[in-house]
Design a protein around this ligand. Structure first.
Ligand SMILES: C[S@@+](CC[C@H](N)C(=O)[O-])C[C@H]1O[C@@H](n2cnc3c(N)ncnc32)[C@H](O)[C@@H]1O
Length: 401
């Protein structure tokens, strides 16, 4: 059983913990921006291929107690880095602080450099050669997590990034709108609506289609990594960094087990996509280019034409196609697009249309502008906090009677 850390946007830790538990992981400890967990290979593969919420997954390699950056260098000279990667592989180091450790250690680059010196010196001592650093596209990404420790010093944990490009990059989006949601955040929003997977689901302002597509994939239990893993199985890409890591490649049975699992996930998902119900998913946007972007993403995923209703339409004029369902909208909120004064009118009209045309439904507005929320003249039944990058957001829930 190995120790891992799965990261996610802040506020999603509890939901991610639940997902990890369902995948068979143990020892779950939520932490800021993620969850520590233990897993055997089978559960780990389930997390990497099946998590809708994780951004990245890391293998915990070592922990030392350190006083400062120089001490960090010394402490990691006795760690055998040559077991982690080969001298021909490139590497990079990223330091993660919390507020207290940032104050104590100061400059992240300086701290990373000290750890890099330890790595390089261990390789040199053993082989007389050193691996190169590549800050853009390293074969091996090492994260140093510094936390407040105990009287022995600060806790310095070494994490090995197993996935490379974040898991949120599912691959169904190529061109995106002006303010697309990350796929794992969109999945978390869909999860927080308590949509039961069988009701009608509408995204009234679908943009590049992220929430709509995450809802479709969830309801059909489609592997969120379908496109990425298909590319890997076809021999066109490595898909995840760990597929080239020593801990993985040194066990042929691991590689075999992963490939078998990946193959079965792809086959199962491709079948599931063919069975997506008609007249259940609706995506609208006022910008016809965004409707086309969403349509292309559905094609990329292999969703049969005509299964999802897409239309260029104003969300303030929509009507409900069924007596009940879930309607989500992620309107512009003035941070990245739109002008706040104009947006007041849009939010107001949106609320008025909820009242007039969506009786019996639950409506949700995801916004990063809490001032604009007041323009919706409806009582919220919940205001669920989310972090979207640096923007603090809310998912507002309205019960429409
Ligand atoms: C913040 S973006 C949505 C991003 C989307 N959630 C995604 O992940 O790509 C807002 C979208 O609302 C659309 N929009 C703005 N006003 C609208 C309206 N009255 N009716 C429908 N869509 C509208 C914009 O064209 C834009 O695509």
């Amino acid at each position: 059983m190995n120790n891992f850390f799965a990261s996610c946007p802040r506020g999603m830790e509890a939901a991610l913990s639940k997902e990890l538990h369902e995948a068979g992981c143990r020892g779950l400890v939520p932490y800021r921006g993620g969850v520590d967990f233990e897993a055997e290979d089978e559960a780990l593969f389930k997390v990497i291929l099946g998590s809708r919420l994780a951004s990245r997954v890391f293998l915990r390699l070592a922990e030392r107690h350190v006083q400062d950056a120089k001490h960090l260098y010394k402490k990691f000279l006795d760690f055998d880095w040559t077991e982690v990667f080969d001298v021909e592989q490139t590497f990079k180091i990223t330091t993660l602080f919390d507020l207290v450790t940032k104050e104590a250690f100061g400059n992240a680059m300086y701290v990373s450099q000290n750890l890099k010196d330890a790595v390089v010196d261990v390789f040199r001592a053993k082989y007389n050669v050193r691996p190169d650093v590549d800050k853009e596209d390293a074969d091996v990404s090492i994260y140093l997590r510094l936390d407040q420790g105990d009287p022995r010093g600060y806790s310095a944990q070494i994490l090995l990034d197993l996935v490379g490009a974040p898991l949120s990059r599912r691959g169904y989006r190529r061109s995106v709108g002006e303010a697309p949601l990350k796929e794992n955040l969109a999945a978390a929003i869909v999860g927080a609506t308590d949509w039961n997977n069988t009701e009608t689901f509408i995204d009234g302002m679908c943009g590049s289609g992220t929430m709509l597509i995450e809802a479709i994939m969830k309801s059909a239990n489609v592997c969120p990594q379908l496109l990425r893993v298909s590319e890997y199985l076809a021999g066109r890409s490595l898909a995840y960094d760990f597929l080239d890591h020593a801990w993985f490649t040194s066990h042929a049975s691991r590689e075999e087990a992963f490939n078998k699992f990946a193959q079965s996930e792809v086959e199962r998902s491709l079948k599931a996509l063919q069975n997506i119900e008609k007249d259940k998913f609706y995506g609208y946007d006022i910008d016809d280019r965004m409707v086309e972007v969403t349509r292309q993403a559905l094609v990329r995923l292999g969703i049969p034409d005509g299964r999802v209703h897409l239309e260029c339409k104003n969300a303030t004029t929509l009507t409900a196609p069924t007596p009940t369902g879930v309607l989500v909208c992620n309107p512009p909120y003035g941070e990245r697009m739109g002008d706040v004064d104009q947006l007041r009118g849009l939010y107001h009209e949106l609320g008025e249309n909820f009242k007039a045309n969506f009786k019996g439904w639950r409506a949700f507005v995801f916004t990063g502008n809490l001032e604009l929320r007041k323009s919706i003249a409806l009582q919220t039944s919940a205001r669920i906090p989310f972090q979207n990058g640096k923007i603090e957001c809310r998912l507002l829930r309205y019960e429409l009677f």
